[in-house]
Design a protein around this ligand. Structure first.
Ligand code: NAD
Ligand code: ZN
Length: 250
């Protein structure tokens, strides 16, 4: 089936990828659902909601600092690298991700749409201050302070990620839907397909007549609409597809 999928991608006019926490699992970042999910130990409604942040910003920041530190140790895995390579080859036109871990960018993906924000960005809860703080400022200030404050107005800063019950960034969501409408092949990797509106993306491709390829270690909510289901770890399946594509393009 890898060969078939590789041929499909090579002949696609506008292929895109849609990724979830599963693509980063092999980089050591826990997923939310499934085995070893983050929320087996923490309840999401206690930590990743605007209400939780109002009630106890210190607890929420503690949780995010722990996640930031964990994600800082993570490196892109062969699945992230393969997607970046397929973009360079002109085969994948964009990666739409629900992840906040920055690993697609680190792997070299350029046309990246982050639907749920980025854990290395902070924003002010009052004014429009926003900053990408990966690096020195993150390590010396954000992670050191109990409650990081806005350098402009002194209000609380928060991670620039989408919490449960919050709307998605409009520009990114519109762009994702626009790309899905024009795409003829989508490769869906490591997502449970349960988080909306992000999970509409593969359905839009399907409804527009496109082909859905899924890579996952188990069935997901997307599986019923998948034309090809490649069961396996993203870090093993994606490099195989890339290798086959390299062979075909020789
Ligand atoms: P999810 O946790 O709901 O589902 C993960 C999916 O990945 C499952 O279907 C699981 O079977 C699959 N999976 C696990 N390991 C895999 C592997 N090695 N290869 C292929 N598939 C694998 O994740 P979701 O659908 O992305 O939705 C959860 C929300 O959690 C998202 O909104 C996202 O913002 C957030 N989140 C992000 C990260 C991150 O940035 N890395 C981590 C956890 C959660
Ligand atoms: Zn401010």
């Amino acid at each position: 089936m890898i060969k078939e999928v590789a041929r499909l991608l090579v002949s696609a006019k506008f292929a895109i990828a849609f990724t979830g926490a599963g693509i980063s699992a092999e980089s050591g970042i826990p997923t939310f659902r499934g085995k070893n999910g983050l929320w087996n130990r923490y309840r999401p409604e206690e930590l990743a909601t605007p209400e939780a942040f109002k009630r106890n910003p210190k607890l929420v920041w503690e949780f995010y600092k722990w996640r930031i530190k964990k994600i800082l140790e993570a490196r892109p895995n062969p699945a992230h690298m393969a997607l970046a390579e397929l973009e360079k080859l002109g085969i994948i036109k964009a990666v739409i991700t629900q992840n906040v871990d920055d690993l697609h960018r680190e792997a070299g993906t350029e046309n990246l749409i982050e639907l749920h924000g980025n854990i290395f960005r902070v924003r002010c809860t009052k004014c429009d201050f926003k900053e990408y703080v990966k690096g020195k400022r993150l390590l010396e200030e954000i992670l050191e302070e109990d409650l990081p404050k806005c350098p402009n107005c002194g209000s609380l800063l928060r991670p620039d990620v989408v919490w449960f019950g919050e709307p998605l960034p409009e520009k990114e969501l519109n762009e994702a839907f626009r790309l899905a409408e024009k795409s003829d092949v989508i490769i869906v990797i490591g997502t449970s397909g349960l988080v909306y509106p992000a999970a509409y993306v593969p359905y839009i491709v399907k409804e527009s007549g496109g082909t859905v390829v899924e890579v996952n270690i188990e069935n997901s909510a997307i599986t019923p609409i998948a034309d090809f289901f490649l069961k396996g770890k993203a870090g093993e399946v994606l490099p195989k597809i890339a290798q086959e594509i390299r062979r075909l393009s020789k």
